[in-house]
Design a protein around this ligand. Structure first.
Ligand SMILES: Cc1ncc(C[n+]2csc(CCOP(=O)(O)OP(=O)(O)O)c2C)c(N)n1
Ligand SMILES: [Mg+2]
Length: 438
């Protein structure tokens, strides 16, 4: 009672002294200025303008006046370009391999090459990456290699991501600090806050490593997006959130996904530094993500980058996007601001690239991908018994043991007698003998 009276006296004295119009801090935890004018707002720019998009190259690869081009030399530019070109080479081949029924599923990154390679290049190779599914290019940038890509997509005995037990494109590699992709959307967003927090609590990584988390603008509609950003802004934790705004969540265009100014407008709501970048300009992405990473480390807090791009390919091999968008729109987007063509023109303007180099690169990449594909195709799957390993850590629980015994029993009954099973078993290393003979 006494305390309450004291507080109310203090409050009324403050109001009397400062006056309503100019005072701030009328509540103990708010520095919001007091105003007499009723003002609703619906913009984070302060004016009614949309959040601008940062770019350094124009649509045909010329530096924009006043733009700061990140410092890169010829060798580094070639590395960027080669990786950007590797993505469509792999995508074209694996897409048709899926169509031939040799793998079950595939997702391309057509149109998003600059976003993926530019951001991969801006990270340190041991920053922890939590991807959505279109970020195979980050692994390639880190030296994962074509054989590993193929092994995962074919699910063969060399698949180090998951021993063939995951859908294609669900890559993962401890060695490359790339956390295994999960199909349920947005799970990686709060997980990245946790990973980043654990980095902050690990003495030799605290001032050195961040968690980089990729997601689509569609995934940002999940509750996990909000939970993740709130967590990483308040704990705080150095999580760098990279939203790939490619215009679609399967058939839902971004215009139907949110009513606000994209994903970037949400960053300031969580009190975090935010930037929107032209995701088709590899140098802008490189520069923006480098700076975002620097801030993330310096502040030990989340940072948000929204990369504006366009999904040129179908959502996945299970989709036909011409059922919900015009072919002409896609053809236009392939031409306008094409991320690969733009950077190639920039390289040519520097004297770093020409038609001959282009021809040599395309031939070489195609040959490398075909060699890896043929090799993967000829390999067996992991031993059948691997189906039951690694489900849980420690001793195998009773239910997994029971399932293993049940399959072994079925194999003894049909495995050597029934043609369809006999043929299927031949595809596994040791033809299922590890279970048959247990
Ligand atoms: C929780 C959940 N809901 C729905 C899906 C089905 N689904 C898979 S991808 C996708 C679209 C995601 O779009 P976006 O995040 O923009 O990524 P993009 O495919 O455009 O790269 C949907 C709805 C899912 N995998 N998980
Ligand atoms: Mg999308």
């Amino acid at each position: 009672m006494i305390r309450l009276t004291a507080i109310s006296r203090q409050v009324s004295r403050g109001w009397a002294v400062r006056g309503l119009a100019s005072s701030a801090g009328h509540l103990p935890n708010s520095k919001s200025p007091i105003v007499a004018k009723l003002n609703f707002f619906n913009s984070v720019t302060g004016s009614d303008e949309l959040i601008p998009t940062y770019r350094v190259l124009d649509g045909v690869g010329n530096p924009i006046e006043g733009a700061e081009i990140p410092e890169i030399n010829e060798q580094y530019a070639r590395k960027l370009y080669e990786h950007m070109q590797l993505l469509p080479t792999l995508d074209n081949i694996l897409y048709s391999v899926q169509r031939q029924g040799k793998i079950s599923f595939y997702m391309t990154a057509h149109g998003e090459e600059a976003t993926i390679i530019g951001s991969a290049a801006a990270l340190e190779n041991d920053d922890e990456v939590l991807g959505q599914y279109r970020e195979m290019g980050v692994l390639l940038w880190r030296g994962f290699g074509l054989n590993n890509v193929m092994a995962q997509c074919f699910g063969n005995e060399e698949d180090t991501s998951g021993k063939g037990r995951q859908m294609p494109v669900h890559f993962g590699s401890t060695k490359h600090h790339f956390h295994t992709i999960s199909s349920p959307l947005a799970t990686q967003i709060p997980q990245a806050a946790g990973v980043a927090y654990s980095l902050r609590r690990t003495p030799d990584r605290r001032d050195r490593s961040i968690a980089a988390c990729y997601f689509g603008e569609g995934a940002a509609s999940e509750g996990d997006f909000h939970a993740g950003l709130l967590l990483a802004s308040t704990i705080p934790a150095p999580a760098l959130y990279i939203a790939r705004n490619n215009g679609f969540a399967i058939s839902t265009p971004s215009t139907e996904q949110f009513y606000g100014d994209g994903i970037a407008s949400r960053g300031p709501g969580y009190g975090i530094d935010t930037v929107r970048v032209d995701g088709n300009d590899v140098l802008a992405v490189l520069g923006a993500v480098r700076e975002a990473r620097r801030r993330c480390l310096e502040q030990g807090r989340a940072v948000l980058v929204e990369a504006m791009t366009y999904r040129v390919g179908h959502h996945s091999t299970s989709d036909d996007s011409f059922a919900y968008r015009a072919r002409s729109e896609v053809e236009d987007r392939k031409r306008v601001d094409n991320p690969i063509a733009r950077f190639r023109l920039f390289m040519e303007s520097q004297g770093w690239w020409n038609a001959e180099a282009e021809e040599e690169l395309k031939t070489r990449l195609k040959a490398d991908v075909m060699t890896a594909f043929k090799r993967a195709e000829s390999l067996k799957r992991a031993e059948l018994g691997e189906l039951f390993t690694d489900v849980y850590g420690g001793e195998q629980p009773w239910n997994i043991k029971e399932q293993r015994e049940e399959l072994a029993g079925l194999l003894r009954k049909y495995g050597e007698a029934w043609e369809p099973w006999k043929n299927e078993l031949k595809k596994f290393k040791n033809s299922g003998k590890d279970l048959l003979n247990q």
